[in-house]
Design a protein around this ligand. Structure first.
Ligand SMILES: Nc1ncnc2c1ncn2[C@@H]1O[C@H](COP(=O)(O)OP(=O)(O)O[C@H]2O[C@H](CO)[C@@H](O)[C@H](O)[C@H]2O)[C@@H](O)[C@H]1O
Length: 745
């Protein structure tokens, strides 16, 4: 029997990989194995053998007589099969790593240089690349099967803060826990960290939720490095072969982590999910290394278990965050699992106020440390050259935690936060007592304390996030202005005015892979068809007929079909549509409304359908397929929103040649230029006050044009479809904000 020291957590298949990769070809097969935490015994069927691996000679002895007999063949077969599967997996992972290596290479070459000039020393640079090459010794990681003797487990000058909440041994060893790059532990921070280990400090000076930072498993680090060298070689060859143009972001490339409570296509209740699924891809296209972090509400099939588990304290309760991951369209998607997220996919903001608050506290705490602990493609992001993008009140705690627990303790010194306001109407309000749930030092209460005539003195998470984030974005220019008004700011206008210097409006884009009539997967069956600008005159009528049929409405090409899609919330102006329905049903038209939300509004939809069944359909529910089909099949899309920060449905509609009729507010005003019959310009109809009379007036003009002025109608359709509404433009504007945040101290 031979003992290969310094191995952690190996399994039979990993051992096989080890043999395939690193031992001479004539190695006898592994027939038995006995994994141990720090020592692996391997028994071979052959006579004694000397094997050279990792520059060392290993003595392998035959043991024989272990009862292999006829079972040995089966065992052998199984091992060979497993090896094949792992090799295939390894190949795929190598490819992924090579891809990401390219991104990292480009980030290094562009950012390290500029950072060196002002902020980052050579030592930092070395450590940065060391941090990069930390890989987990997890089974799923391709590096796990390589044997190298261990080096000393920690660099001397790194202080390891302890934490009262330790992962259990197994988890710790599997997770490949990483230290923050030591370059960021300046002497001041070290003192703070030392302070943190004291009993007293654990109350608040010691970040109570910063997860355990334990020693990195150096053996895995070594093996990781050697693997990365191989991968890097491959990547370098590739780079040499076809010299790539520099990233669009030029010298500004950075690591970006977008954190959101929902992310399409996995989870979505509205526009936030769409943005979280699409903006990161556009940023990645510009050359940034981009990650999305979201809660794991269900068993999403694409995900791999990273094996990383960390523990956080939420209002005194010890909770585990278990990290899953996928790499899609150039973006790392990391999902955080805990039982409190389970099965909430269709009810993301469900439960009582405290339930939601606890979920978001855990989520923010666990998300902020992803760049330390979760290796994506083998490399953790690290916290240098890093900007978090938090979204809405649900993740507005992230900028606060970044400041309170990390920056103020000398950690994550170069990480920045940007907060995006998608909807100020939801703020994470509660009584002041809610402060106890967010686990912050007492003096932080002032950040959250708000007073307004309606709510009186209360606790407000959005307010704290807005004050603390380095930059704020909102999703249109119009809304950026409205937020500062008493009416539009929903009580936060004063704070937004004070922070106006860091606020920027950027109109959302749309995901042209998801929302494109030429490629739309929901238009490939049931009589629907894909179409483009060239085929809109035939394709769109076909979709309209299919929609009428699917809804059980009379199939007529000449009747205007009007659609509404949206959350059934006061924001969306559903009540205005209902008020206008008596007028509408007096016209020759058809109306379909798709939505879910407030029960009384859902009931209203059902009633409208019952009462005007020959013309009206009220589809209560959340159906992405129906949303796509209505967008394609309808002639007109109604959006009478009382306020609308950006609005995505009008953008989707215009791409599909569907004409928007909208209340000119927020992003709707920014994106729908009113039709001018004299100059034959504009993209739809708008009205200035959220009143049913105004809606009727605008819709009346729209229908007149539909019936009487076909060429004007087609002109509006064409102009809408020809716009570039992709995320590319928005992504370059986000980049400006990220850069501004990065250099802000
Ligand atoms: N019943 C249903 N079935 C299927 N799909 C449905 C649906 N109801 C809504 N959707 C979908 O959800 C999304 C809604 O996006 P919006 O931007 O219009 O609104 P929302 O108010 O949720 O978003 C907030 O954030 C976004 C993003 O920033 C801002 O555009 C917006 O103004 C702001 O209010 C669209 O993709 C729509 O198709």
């Amino acid at each position: 029997m031979v003992s290969l020291p310094f191995l952690n957590d190996y399994t039979a298949t990993e051992t096989t990989l080890l043999l395939n990769n690193h031992l001479p070809p004539k190695i006898p097969f592994v027939a038995n194995y006995r994994p141990k935490r720090s020592l692996l015994d391997i028994t071979f069927m052959s006579t004694n053998t000397n094997v050279t691996a990792g520059g060392r000679v290993w003595r392998i002895k035959a043991t024989g007589g272990n009862g292999y007999g006829g079972d040995a063949d089966d065992a052998l077969e199984a091992v060979i099969e497993k090896s094949k599967m792992l090799l295939a997996k390894q190949k795929a992972l190598l490819q992924q790593i090579a891809e990401r290596r390219e991104i990292i290479t480009s980030i290094n070459s562009t950012t390290i240089t500029s950072e060196k000039e002002g902020m980052v020393s050579e030592e930092d640079e070395r450590l940065f690349s060391e941090t990069e090459s930390n890989l987990p010794d997890d089974m799923d990681n391709l590096c796990s099967g390589i044997v190298e003797p261990v080096r000393s487990s920690l660099p001397d000058n790194v202080l390891v803060p302890t934490n009262k909440y330790h992962d259990d041994d197994d988890v710790t060893s599997k997770s490949g826990i990483e230290l923050p790059p030591k370059s960021y532990l300046d002497s001041d921070s070290k003192n703070k960290l030392q302070g943190k280990t004291s009993e007293k400090a654990t109350t608040y000076e010691l970040p109570p939720f910063v997860s355990e930072i334990s020693t990195t498993n150096e053996s895995s680090k070594d093996t990781n490095e050697s693997t990365l060298h191989r991968v890097a070689d491959d990547a370098d060859v590739k780079i040499d072969e076809d010299v790539k143009s520099p990233p669009l972001a030029g010298p500004n490339v950075m690591n970006v982590i977008l954190v959101a409570a929902e992310c399409a296509p996995w989870s979505k209740t509205g526009g936030l999910g769409d943005v979280a699924g699409a903006l990161p891809k556009a940023l990645a296209k510009r050359g940034h290394r981009v990650m999305v972090v979201a809660p794991r509400y269900g068993n999403y099939s694409e995900l791999q278990d990273t094996g990383v588990r960390k523990r956080y304290i939420v209002n005194g309760q010890d909770m585990e965050a278990h990290y899953f991951q996928a790499y899609i369209d150039g973006v790392d998607f990391v999902f955080i699992e805990n039982h409190i997220f389970h099965n909430l996919g269709s009810n993301i903001y469900g439960g009582n106020r405290i339930d939601i608050l606890r979920r978001m506290v855990l989520f923010c705490k666990a998300a902020i440390e992803v760049p330390w602990h979760v290796p994506c493609g083998g490399n953790c992001y690290g916290d240098g050259n890093l900007v978090f993008i938090a979204n809405d009140w649900h993740t507005a705690l992230l900028p606060v935690y970044l400041k309170a627990y990390y920056h103020e303790n000398g950690l994550m010194q170069y990480a920045r936060s940007v907060l995006v306001i998608h909807n100020i109407a939801h703020q994470g309000r509660g009584p002041l007592d809610d402060f106890s749930y967010v686990d912050l030092p007492p003096h932080y209460l002032d950040l959250f304390k708000m007073y307004d005539p309606l709510g009186g003195e209360h606790f407000n998470i959005f307010a704290a996030g807005i004050k603390t984030a380095y930059r704020i974005v909102t999703v249109s220019h119009g809304y950026a202005w409205e937020l500062k008004t008493t009416e539009g700011g929903h009580g936060l206008h004063g704070i937004i005015q004070e922070n106006d210097w860091k606020l920027k409006g950027i109109v959302n884009g749309i995901d042209k892979k998801e929302w494109n009539p030429r490629l739309d997967i929901h238009l490939t069956s049931d009589g629907y068809t894909n179409y483009s600008l060239e085929t809109v005159n035939t394709g769109k009528p076909q979709c309209k007929a299919a929609l009428q049929k699917e809804l059980g409405l009379p199939v007529r090409a000449d009747v205007p079909l009007i659609g509404f899609i949206g959350r059934l919330d006061n924001q969306k102006g559903v009540d205005l549509i209902c008020e206008a329905i008596p007028w509408m049903v007096g016209q020759d038209l058809q109306l379909v409304m798709l939505g879910t939300g407030q029960p009384e509004l859902e009931q209203m939809l059902r009633e409208m359908e019952n009462r005007y069944h020959e013309k009206v359909r009220g589809w209560v529910g959340f159906s992405v397929k129906m949303a796509h089909r209505i967008t394609a099949g309808a002639d007109v899309l109604l959006m009478p929103s009382k306020f609308e920060p950006c609005g995505l449905n009008q953008l989707y509609a215009m791409c599909y040649g569907t004409i928007p009729v909208v209340h000119a507010v927020g992003g709707l005003k920014d994106t729908v230029q009113p039709f001018d019959p004299y100059s034959e310009s504009g993209l739809g109809w708008t009205f200035n006050r959220a009143e049913s009379g105004q809606l009727i007036h605008a819709l009346g003009n729209c229908l007149l044009t539909y019936r009487e002025y076909k060429s004007s109608w087609e002109g509006i359709q064409r102009r809408g479809m020809m716009q570039d509404l992709s995320w590319d433009n928005a992504a370059s504007q986000y980049e400006e904000v990220l850069v501004a945040a990065k250099y802000q101290w």
